[in-house]
Design a protein around this ligand. Structure first.
Ligand code: AMP
Ligand code: MG
Length: 345
């Protein structure tokens, strides 16, 4: 599956963002027309649309490649691979900055996000493609090494030391961080309008050139269409969904978001979590973590924060969004689930 759903989502966003008919498919466009590039990186289809200096698209693609070579958990020679193989390393300044922020988000979510979950993710086959339900004893053994508080890290020197048996993975935050870097690159390069779609992680620079918001589709986790449409200006819209990557065994579905308490795919009652905010890194981390938490804990968590809004879809089809999205989010007519607005009190 996964690839076809991903391409479907990709097309969904493309259609909605390109619905004015002004989005052209190549970089030979004139000054007022967007440049566009589509490529495969970080195991996903990436699409960048930019109004401004089109050479920034090449720079962006290079930057994504450089980040992937540094952060990939599977690419031999990456900083993350090196530390997983040897148990300690001195990280580059950029990777150190990302790790510092990601660890802070592990703490903030009380371990629902845990960067040390990687050996468990691998045991389920999500990074190797050799899917299968791991043996209970194997899982228990792997889980005993999962604990982000045991990651010894000095953000100043970049010195990182892992406890024996521990391995880390930045897969839950890397695309959000990459999106932030691309938005910075485009902004510093003088662009005022851009939309980046990193496999369904969408981040906008400014509005569309005519001042209207970008229209972003939120995937229907139960079908091929979309659950709703969100209008955004200059924000990140990042979704974690069970449908994004999963396998089926004996009639049961197992997806790639793991509950660090059980070592099993998180069955929290949520099937999709979309986070909307200014920081791609924050939204990416929280989409994964709040998926693990489940509806009640996610709502309580949101009530204690002021830096994001969210859209939650439950397995019974109910869809809820936080009050900050009132007026900018609308469920689609075709989506039949009950709707609800989550308020602060
Ligand atoms: P995302 O698509 O952003 O929700 O990230 C999911 C990816 O993060 C998975 O493919 C795993 O590699 C990794 N992951 C899964 N569960 C967790 C978790 N609880 N904490 C941190 N990373 C996780
Ligand atoms: Mg994430």
């Amino acid at each position: 599956m996964k690839r076809s759903r991903m391409i479907c989502l990709f097309l969904c966003v493309l259609l909605l963002t390109g619905c004015t008919g002004t989005v052209l498919p190549d970089s030979k466009a004139g000054a007022d027309e967007p440049g566009e590039v589509t490529f495969f990186a970080m195991d996903t289809v990436m699409q960048l649309t930019l109004y401004g200096d089109k050479t920034l698209l090449d720079d962006a693609q290079q930057q994504v490649g450089a980040l992937e070579r540094r952060l990939s958990v599977t690419e031999e020679g990456s900083e993350i691979c090196a530390v997983n193989q040897t148990g300690s390393a001195v990280l580059s300044a950029e990777t150190a900055k990302l790790l510092t922020q990601a660890l802070e988000l592990c703490r903030r979510t009380d371990g629902a996000l845990d960067l040390s979950i990687y050996p468990v993710v691998r045991a389920w086959g999500f990074t190797t493609g050799e899917y299968g339900v791991p043996d209970e004893d194997v899982l228990r053994g792997l889980l005993s090494c999962v604990d982000y508080t045991e990651i010894q890290f000095d953000g100043m020197s970049g010195q990182l030391t892992l406890a024996p048996g521990m391995e880390i993975d930045l897969g839950s935050v890397a695309k959000g961080y990459t999106g932030d870097r691309l938005i910075d690159l485009f902004g510093q390069g003088g662009a005022s309008s851009a939309l980046i779609n990193l496999g369904g992680n969408v981040q906008a620079l400014g509005s569309k050139p005519d001042g209207s918001p970008w229209r972003i589709a939120v995937q229907d986790p139960f079908g091929e269409g979309y659950a709703g449409v969100l209008d955004v200006i200059g924000q990140a819209v990042i979704t974690s969904g069970g449908y994004e990557r999963y396998f089926e065994e004996d009639g049961q579905i197992y997806w790639h978001i793991i509950d660090p308490d059980t070592g099993c795919p998180a069955r929290s009652g949520l099937v999709s979590v979309t986070i909307v905010g200014n920081s791609g890194l924050l939204c990416d981390a929280l989409s994964t973590a709040l998926f693990v938490m489940g509806y009640e804990d996610a709502v309580e968590f949101w009530r204690g924060c002021d830096d994001f809004e969210m859209i939650l879809i439950r397995e019974d089809g109910r869809i809820a969004w936080t009050e900050g999205l009132e007026g900018s989010f609308a469920p689609s007519d075709a989506f039949s689930g009950k709707t609800e607005v989550i308020r602060r009190d």
